[in-house]
Design a protein around this ligand. Structure first.
Ligand SMILES: NC(=O)c1ccc[n+]([C@@H]2O[C@H](COP(=O)([O-])OP(=O)(O)OC[C@H]3O[C@@H](n4cnc5c(N)ncnc54)[C@H](O)[C@@H]3O)[C@@H](O)[C@H]2O)c1
Length: 252
């Protein structure tokens, strides 16, 4: 049970039983929002809801790219809370690491489906709920790999670049009712990114001007800003949250 004063606002967050999505859910619940988290693993979702507080959180299990799941999730949020204010498209995948010349196109399709089509579908379904009710905000969790190319993760990088462009498209079309922004993190300590720093975290952290890798609450804080009135005149932007690592691009 939480004692925070409720904001009356409701957020739908995809892929949020762990990692960055969970960090976002924690940040929004901590300020008094109610949340609906989605993901594929029902046990993990149940546990996450218990930790967030059953008075503040619900879950809907399913695959983010499945249209029926998208519709159901929005429907459940409306049933449970009577409104939706924020959509955070966080679910994402990167199953391959290797040269673009050998990239399996079926894998590339799957990456696009999860990283781009899911966000597009959830935005559509939420938009239709907004038409009957209030406006709101969308935050798409992109990546620094969508801003500058990273070798050996072409499908992922291109999908995140598409997500950043989708953010701008939606920001245009959904204004003035809905503000749409993206966040592009560098390496954040989650299961997804573990292979990038495991056994060499100190060395990896040293290349960041702020001296450490990201943690989910860093992205939670940025999302809290972009879903608050403090960012009321911000739309169509991609907020790079990277411990300053991009500053090093100009060095050497
Ligand atoms: N961790 C990083 O360094 C980093 C950096 C930049 C961007 N990101 C992005 O942040 C987002 C979250 O990543 P994370 O690091 O927390 O990873 P994670 O693996 O810890 O969490 C990803 C979540 O998305 C869910 N998910 C994946 N595919 C799904 C699907 N088809 N349907 C429903 N849920 C699905 C997973 O089950 C999991 O709950 C992703 O979009 C990722 O691309 C992560």
């Amino acid at each position: 049970m939480t004692t925070v004063e409720p904001t009356g606002k409701v957020a739908l967050i995809t892929g949020a039983s762990r990692g960055i999505g969970y960090g976002v859910a924690e940040a929004l619940v901590a300020r008094g929002d109610r949340v609906c988290i989605t993901g594929r693993n029902e046990d993990a979702l149940k546990e996450a809801v218990e930790q967030l507080g059953a008075d503040r959180a619900i879950y809907v299990a399913g695959k983010a790219h499945d249209e029926a799941h998208q519709a159901l999730a929005v429907e459940r949020v409306m049933e449970a809370f009577g409104r939706v204010d924020h959509l955070v498209n966080n679910a994402g995948t990167n199953p391959v690491f290797g040269p673009v010349a050998d990239l399996d196109l079926n894998v590339a399709r799957k990456v696009f489906e999860t990283n781009v089509i899911s966000a597009l579908g959830f935005a559509q379904k939420t938009w239709h709920a907004w038409q009957k009710d209030n406006g709101g905000t969308i935050v798409n969790i992109a990546s620094v790999a969508g801003v500058a190319p990273s070798p050996f993760i072409a499908a992922y990088g291109v999908s995140k670049a598409a997500l950043i462009n989708l953010t701008q498209q939606l920001a245009h079309e959904f204004a003035p009712k809905v503000r749409v922004n993206s966040i592009s993190p560098a390496v954040v300590k989650t299961k997804f990114a573990q292979a990038l720093y495991e056994g060499r975290e100190e060395e990896a952290a040293a290349s960041y001007p702020l001296g450490r890798l990201g943690v989910p609450s860093d992205i939670g804080g940025a999302t809290a800003f972009l879903t608050s009135e403090q960012s009321a005149w911000v739309t169509g932007q991609n907020l790079v949250v990277d411990g300053g690592i991009f500053l090093n691009a100009g060095v050497g």
